[in-house]
Design a binder for this molecule. Structure first.
Ligand code: ADP
Ligand code: MG
Ligand code: MG
Length: 351
């Protein structure tokens, strides 16, 4: 009998469009002999819509721009409960959602309450991984090397903007990076070389979040690694990102085909071993399950710093995470199979 998969995509998030592209790619790759797929589209306003099939993302994104304002909300819990109740065979939810309201533990929490199996990280790991400040605090507690950082709340900044710029300048040197605490895909991130740029960066980042993180800028290679598993996670080969832009921004990630992904990354065995070890430590520090892409900075002298982990990394067939696994012997459809297996495994363990 075919396994039912409910693919959640879109989402109330600045990374909405990325998710649409990914979901389309996943449905193209799923083995229809094995799986019966129900796409569930979440509009930018948070409305849940059951789709018969996934449409070409270019068309869907076009339509989305037209009806962005029109959406109303329905209760996702009722919606999904209703779909699941009709299931005769255990199904699994695949939350292919990036950013807040999807990758951050909220949807995962709803699925836990409904007692449904789902793919990927649980509530805690998703929530902690989405908040860069909390994530970095946990990395620090786990003894991982990383850049220095400070955090500022919107209300602090509104009360006394100059004091918050001074707080940054006291702790860090230029260039620094300003980021919304809870986001991904480089949305709202700026690199600042002086106070003037810092001011602009704060304004930009606070549009996306009430909390921001400011980090010491480093000049380093960007090396990423895939982690897969539950209690006994394993690592893929490492890959390097070579952006042609000033940093790996949104355009470089999704619009500009120029960014080179070098897999496997040309790093020494020693650095590769360090990265693997740090990736597993990070995975455990946030109590992850299923999958994670762990991202590192490798400075000229070979010093390795962890940048972040992503609990639902970019997942199209040409994204880093699937490519890392492909080079490690697991092709795209096999990777999806494995993630579904891991989701069921974790669910059964908890019953
Ligand atoms: P996201 O979760 O949106 O991917 P990141 O923290 O990974 O956010 O930042 C996006 C990109 O910005 C990184 O891939 C890197 O190119 C650049 N970047 C971020 N932080 C730093 C830093 N502290 N030093 C140098 N480059 C950085
Ligand atoms: Mg990220
Ligand atoms: Mg990143």
């Amino acid at each position: 009998m075919k396994k039912k998969i409910f693919l959640l995509y879109g989402g109330k998030s600045a990374e909405h469009e990325v998710s649409i592209r990914t979901a389309f790619a996943v449905t193209q790759a799923l083995n229809f002999e094995k799986y019966e797929v129900t796409p569930i589209y979440i509009t930018e306003a948070g409305q849940w819509v059951k789709r018969e099939a996934l449409e070409n993302p270019v068309k869907q994104i076009g339509e989305l721009r037209l009806d962005r304002q029109k959406s109303t909300t329905t209760s996702p819990a009722l919606f999904i409960g209703d779909s699941i109740e009709k299931m005769d065979e255990p199904g699994i939810i695949f939350p292919l959602l990036h950013g807040p309201n999807g990758e951050d533990g909220t949807v995962q929490g709803m699925l836990e309450v409904l007692n449904l199996p789902y793919v990927g990280n649980g509530v805690l790991a998703s929530a902690a991984g989405m908040d860069k400040v909390i994530m970095k605090n946990l990395f620090r507690d786990a003894g991982l090397n990383q850049v220095d950082y400070v955090s500022v709340l919107r209300h602090e900044w509104e009360n006394d903007a100059v004091a918050s710029y001074e707080k940054v300048e006291k702790a860090l040197d230029y260039p620094c990076f300003v980021k919304p605490a809870n986001l991904g895909s480089s949305v709202g991130i700026s690199k600042c070389k002086n106070r003037e740029e810092l001011v602009r960066a704060f304004q930009e980042a606070f549009q996306f979040d009430r909390k921001i993180i400011i980090e010491q800028g480093v000049e380093a290679r960007e090396i990423e690694i895939g982690v897969l598993g539950n209690d006994q996670p394993i690592c893929s080969v490492a890959g390097e990102i070579v952006p042609k832009t000033e940093f790996y921004d949104y355009r470089a990630k999704y619009e500009d085909g120029d960014t080179a992904l070098v897999i496997p990354a040309d790093v020494s065995e020693e650095i590769y071993e360090t990265i693997k070890e740090m990736a597993i430590t990070a995975f455990k520090a946030l109590d992850c399950s299923g999958l994670v892409r762990a991202d590192f900075f490798v400075a000229k002298e070979g010093k390795v710093l962890i940048n972040e982990i992503n609990t639902m990394p970019g997942f199209t067939p040409v994204s880093m995470f699937p490519l890392l696994w492909k080079h490690s012997g697991l092709d795209y459809p096999e990777l999806i199979d494995r993630l579904i297996e891991l989701g069921f495994e974790r669910y059964e363990e908890k019953q």
